[in-house]
Design a protein around this ligand. Structure first.
Ligand SMILES: Nc1ncnc2c1ncn2[C@@H]1O[C@H](COP(=O)(O)OP(=O)(O)OP(=O)(O)O)[C@@H](O)[C@H]1O
Ligand SMILES: O=C(O)c1ccc[n+]([C@@H]2O[C@H](COP(=O)([O-])O)[C@@H](O)[C@H]2O)c1
Length: 401
């Protein structure tokens, strides 16, 4: 196995780190790339009021997940779970002991590469891993890197590889922290990392979560879910706003409901139940067993309590999974937008898409019917509210349930 190790303080992780990691993965033909956040970087003092190592780790996990290469890109807590300073030689010793046959490559930008001889036990580092470096700024000269590569080869017998990144993101975490404190710099962050920073009020970023602009609300939402779901949230937002325009509902409410509708989707059963207890959500028998049915209820509570959404938006999120009898316009819009947004692909979705713009009630009714059939085919219990929603819509359409 060829394993790339990308160590860093990541305070915070930025697009420069991600661009380098993405390129190195293919350029070095790595089987896996591991980000290894340092608990206590050996060579620099961290600002006292900054995030904890666990918060930096959480941000690196969001950034790494955003590369959408699960299985190939991982985040390791090796240094967080080791006491004392996070020396690279110790990390490589641990990795070598665990994977004796792996070919290790340690990745680093120019600044680190040029000072490698001053690290603790550079001879151990260069014995255990190849050193892969890349320029961080346009002004980092290739010649300078080649001279240092030659020096490391001669002095330590190091294996080195100098990569030419096709796209240099000229930013450092230090500069980014300065920008963030002034309300700037989000363009250097993945939206999910930016959302994590907003939610945790890091680096002097101080938004009122109950009155966030749309862009910041999106970032918060994306920081609460897995990156692979972001396209679905974006599709639902786009569809919900178009449907609101078509049917005369409040566009901003549709947008906010869509942005937040899955914000608790990735919580496990215990976390869901804790939120249910916190917000006094009473669960029926089916809901007590089906974790999938809980996120709409807990998500609605979080959206209202933390992000200050209106009661109408709260209700739309609350009912978006099962539907119910006598739904409001906004509830119908979120239900059907979630069902047939552009990334959805299943037999019958085109019919739903057409119908949603011709006859909203008929589309919601068909959506409920399709859900009921699917649950039956999979041998799963159908929630009574979905049956009630379908029957209500049939009746109001003049058809008997
Ligand atoms: N913009 C960038 N492009 C490519 N590599 C980078 C970039 N920024 C940092 N690196 C490299 O990523 C690794 C981890 O860097 P680190 O977490 O310290 O971020 P940083 O931006 O260098 O922070 P600081 O401002 O504290 O120097 C180092 O090897 C560093 O050289
Ligand atoms: O082990 C050392 O002596 C040593 C000295 C300087 C830097 N490092 C590692 O180099 C990586 C990049 O550091 P930094 O400050 O750019 O985040 C990070 O994993 C550090 O722990 C390691």
């Amino acid at each position: 196995m060829k394993l790339g190790i990308y160590g860093g303080t990541f305070n915070p992780p930025h697009l420069g780190h991600l661009a380098a990691a993405r390129f190195a993965l293919d350029a070095l033909e790595l089987d896996e790339l591991w980000f290894v956040p340092a608990a206590t970087p050996p060579h620099k003092v961290l600002p006292a009021d900054g995030p904890t190592p666990e918060q930096r780790m959480a941000m690196v996990e969001l950034a790494a997940d955003g590369l959408l290469l699960p299985g190939r890109v991982k985040v390791s807590d090796l240094e967080l779970s080791r006491p004392g300073k996070s020396y690279t030689a110790d990390t490589l010793e641990q990795l070598h002991a665990r994977y004796p046959d792996a070919e290790l490559w340690f990745l680093m930008g120019t600044d680190m590469f040029l000072t490698l001889q001053n690290w603790r036990e550079p001879e151990v580092i260069t014995r255990l891993a190849g050193i892969c470096t890349f320029a961080r700024t346009q002004s980092d000269s290739g010649e300078m890197l080649s001279i240092q590569a030659e020096y490391l080869q001669k002095t330590f017998g190091a294996r080195t590889c100098v990569l030419q990144l096709p796209h240099i993101v000229d930013v450092s975490s230090t500069r980014l922290r300065e920008l963030l404190a002034k309300g700037e710099g989000r363009e250097y962050l993945s939206p999910a990392v930016y959302g994590h920073i907003i939610r945790n009020r890091l680096y002097g970023v101080d938004y009122d979560l109950r009155h966030l602009p749309d862009r910041e609300l999106r970032a918060c939402s994306y920081s609460m879910i897995r990156a692979k779901r972001i396209a679905h949230i974006q599709g639902t937002e786009q569809e919900a706003v178009q449907l609101a325009r078509r049917w005369g509902a409040d566009e901003e409410s549709a947008r906010r409901a869509a942005i937040l509708h899955d914000c608790t989707k990735y919580l496990d059963m215990d976390e869901q139940l804790q939120l249910c207890a916190k917000y006094g959500i009473v669960l029926d028998e089916l809901e007590q067993q089906a974790v999938k049915l809980l996120h709409s209820k807990t998500g609605a509570c979080v959206a209202r309590d933390v992000y200050g959404v209106s009661d109408a938006v709260y209700e739309a999120i609350f009912w978006h999974t099962t539907g119910k009898a006598d739904m409001t316009l906004l509830e119908k819009i979120l239900y059907i937008a979630d069902y047939m947004e552009p990334t959805r692909d299943f037999p019958g979705v085109e019919r739903l898409r057409e119908l949603a713009y011709q006859d909203l009630d008929a589309a919601v009714c068909l959506g409920c019917e399709m859900s009921i059939q699917e649950m039956k085919e999979r041998g799963l219990p159908v929630h009574p509210n979905t049956v009630k929603a379908r029957d209500w819509l049939r009746k109001s359409n003049g058809k008997e349930p």
